[in-house]
Design a protein around this ligand. Structure first.
Ligand code: NI
Length: 153
């Protein structure tokens, strides 16, 4: 496993629409391992493959309830709306209030090529929407109603 370099806002890979994964092979499993290690190392709750320079539809999330790995995730249902603060490992030191759906259902595949369906609320729902946005080339700062810069103390 390896800690990968996290791409920062301004890097074109973050603006690109990511490609679907065609085959879940050893390379993809290695990437999943590296992505979760990179996320934990950076103390983040989610990471999308474009953030490590790979324009493929893969995300990892851990909001404190265990690691979730999703390949080709799609939001199949959503409900409600809530504005709350978000940050992103690709936009360090910046936070913003973003409107998200309160509840989402996401379908995708795990590393064993098994179809998975996750129904989520709260922080997990927010993280899923944030990471799936990365696959569309969208950063939260483009959606934020207000932006805050971290105050250095
Ligand atoms: Ni992000």
């Amino acid at each position: 496993m390896a800690v990968l370099n996290i791409r920062k806002a301004g890097d074109m890979v973050l603006k690109k629409k990511a490609e679907p994964v065609v085959r879940i092979d050893r390379k993809i499993k290695q990437l999943l391992d590296d992505m979760s290690q990179t996320m934990y190392h950076a103390d983040g709750v989610g990471l999308a493959a474009p953030q490590v320079g790979v324009s493929q539809r893969i995300i990892v999330i851990d909001v404190g309830e265990g690691l979730i790995e999703l390949i080709n995730p799609v939001i199949t249902a959503s409900e409600g709306s809530l504005i709350s603060m978000e940050g992103c490992l690709s936009v360090p030191g910046i936070y913003g209030d973003v409107e998200r759906c309160t509840t989402v259902t996401v379908e995708g595949f795990d590393r064993h090529r098994k179809k998975v369906r996750i129904s989520a609320t709260d922080l997990l729902a927010k993280a899923l929407q944030h990471e799936i946005d990365h696959l569309e080339g969208i950063l939260f700062i483009e959606l934020a109603k207000t932006i805050h810069k971290e105050q250095k103390s």
